[in-house]
Design a protein around this ligand. Structure first.
Ligand code: BTN
Length: 281
């Protein structure tokens, strides 16, 4: 099933793709530095919404917060979608949450496993991270030109591809579920699910996806957490999600809650849902 170039992966995906616009067109490469970097270039050159870039392997896979994403060949999914939603820059970040829901839904449907989402968009199974999502915006002032939505799913990765220090935090669908998953089928299912939630989000905003996100979300409400965000690290108690998907956190001794649209959450004292570290070099 896992051929040397990923050609059968690409063929299965092309033959099973049932979307209206996601993955049309679809660019497949045996190897790239990063699908997000390649898709960003295509987007700047005017590629249409729905364009998807997939690589069988990445040499410089990008993770959130400047980290790297381990991207060995023949086993996983590394995919970037170009989206051009007609929304403001401020409304865009909740796309991260809808992408997590789409991945969770694909895992349920293809693997019959039970995923959980850790805010904003890490997808875990059995408390281990199996998917990371990196959305990068192309915008000028307040005008959004494109979102490069990058999704990495550890599908058939063997234990040997995870550095020792990550093995208690990250895993693959194969290692957890005990059976190989056809990558082309997984990718086709994911794109169908992503298209469905994206259209809902376009029509009604994050509110339309919120209940699905909460159904999968690990329970952070009322927990004391530390958020490592681009703007700094803050410790406080989670008050809930804002209408746009931002995490509301009351810092100690502060009356006004802080809002976070991105970051890594660690529950102080642990809560049995992993500690939120990403697979990285
Ligand atoms: C995270 O740190 O959790 C986000 C990881 C995102 C990885 C994916 S793999 C496909 C796409 N291309 C990249 O370089 N990164 C994203």
């Amino acid at each position: 099933m896992n051929d040397a170039t990923g050609a059968s992966f690409a063929q299965t995906l092309a033959s099973q793709l049932q979307t209206r616009f996601l993955g049309r067109p679809l660019h497949f490469f045996p190897i790239l530095d990063s699908t997000n970097t390649y898709a960003a270039r295509l987007a700047r050159e005017g590629a249409p919404e729905g364009t998807v870039v997939i690589a069988d392997a990445q040499t410089s896979g990008k993770g959130r917060l400047g980290r790297r994403w381990i991207s060995p060949p023949h086993v996983n999914l590394y995919l970037s979608v170009i989206l051009r939603p007609p929304v403001s820059v401020a409304a865009a970040p909740s796309i991260n949450l809808l992408a997590g829901v789409a991945v969770a839904e694909a895992i349920v449907s293809v693997c019959a496993l039970t995923p959980a989402i850790k805010w904003p968009n890490d997808v875990l199974v059995n408390d281990k991270k199996v998917c990371g999502i990196l959305a990068e915006m192309q915008a000028s002032a307040t005008t959004l030109h494109a979102i490069i939505l990058g999704i990495g799913v550890n599908i058939n990765a063997p234990l040997s591809t995870f550095p020792a220090e990550l093995r208690d935090k990250a895993s693959s669908l194969l290692l957890i579920g005990g059976r190989q998953i056809e990558r082309g089928k997984f990718a086709a299912t994911l794109l169908t699910s992503l298209e469905k939630f994206y259209v809902l989000w376009l029509q009604q905003g994050f509110v339309a996806v919120r209940a699905d996100w909460e159904r999968y979300a690990t329970d952070l409400f009322g927990k004391r957490i530390t958020v490592a965000a681009p703007e700094g690290t803050v410790t406080g108690v989670v008050l809930g999600l804002d209408t746009d998907g931002a995490l509301l956190v009351r810092e100690d001794a502060e009356a006004t809650p802080r809002r976070f649209l991105a970051g890594d959450v660690t529950v102080v004292g642990g809560y049995g849902q992993g500690e939120g570290h990403d697979p990285r070099h």
